[in-house]
Design a protein around this ligand. Sequence first.
Ligand code: KG4
Ligand code: ZN
Length: 366
Amino acid sequence: MTPPANGPVLGIETSCDETAVAAVQAGRVLASRIASQVPIHARFGGVVPEVAARNHLLSILPTLEGVMAEAHLTPADVRGLAVTNRPGLVGALLVGVQTAKTLALAWRLPVVGIDHIEAHVWASMLCPPAAPTDRDWPRPRLPFLALAVSGGHTSLYQVEAPGRMTLLGRTLDDAAGEAFDKVARHVGLPYPGGPHLDACAQLGDATRFRLPRGLAGRDDLAFSFSGLKTAARLLVDGLGGADALDVQTRADVCAAFQAAAVEQLVRVTLRAARRHGLGDVVVAGGVAANAGLRAGLAQGCADAGFRFWPVPPAWCTDNAAMVAGLGEALLDAGLHDDPHDLDATPTGRQRRAVPGGAGSPAGASA
Ligand code: KG4
Ligand code: ZN
């Protein structure tokens, strides 16, 4: 039986601590479910890889069944599978990859391995949740500039096509999300810190304390957050530590940290757009959910005459709609993998097979 040419693509994401499955058809998300492990890892203050892998195993099939039921799909309706196979925690990635390979062989479907960061960026092409269903929706024009900003990455890319993006610049040390999480922890906010720090900063006065703007003297496309993180830590220690902070002071520290981080992200992103002549600017990844960053980039892009495309908040943090969406675009381009060869590559890039034999480099050039 041949899979339906325009049927939905199923996406699977298990690279870190979210077990996620989604169905996407023609860029529209039919169903998207996430079994979050946040409460499980919260007591450790971070993701424990072995615990994550075990919980993916418990959640993956019920999550898949939930998506199939919600989108009213049987295996015969599905056009293909997309699975995050790089980068990520190896044990966690393996659960998704093995599930996708098994389904591909059992249901006789094409499968495509997906780069997690490329998927974050491609979420900007999905039909937004509130868009009317009867017509096309506006989306960024290729090539576009993408700021991918998450717990493990802070990078700028020129995006040319699905699965083809060129690295323009990246952080020299910490990822922005890592800095948000560590500073949040230092001021006494719960895990995962980023969203809590964001909420706390909204109640704060960003002018009461001034923290250093990273790499202010440089003119390239690099980021740095480790100096800012240390300065925030020293500020908190100087105030007597997390337990000594009153509610307003804690909010003011959060606002000062967020203002400094956002200033740097906006400054370098706009420089990249100008330097590479890219008029469409996307922000993607977990930290793209940050209200201050979205507002800062919206203002900066408006002032510079760039079109700004923030990924809808629901698809900024890890999800499988972004995986299915990129998978659909790759399948449309005739790209897929041999299910026997597809493997989890925790740090790497992988060559993707093209029907007819010629290999095609795939993956971000990070
Ligand atoms: O993309 P993501 O879900 O996972 C990775 O690929 O890393 O990003 C997670 C990161 C975490 O560091 C989390 O604290 C941060 O994104 N994050 C935020 C916000 N929401 C998530 N950081 C700042 N403000 C937010 N609203
Ligand atoms: Zn992510």
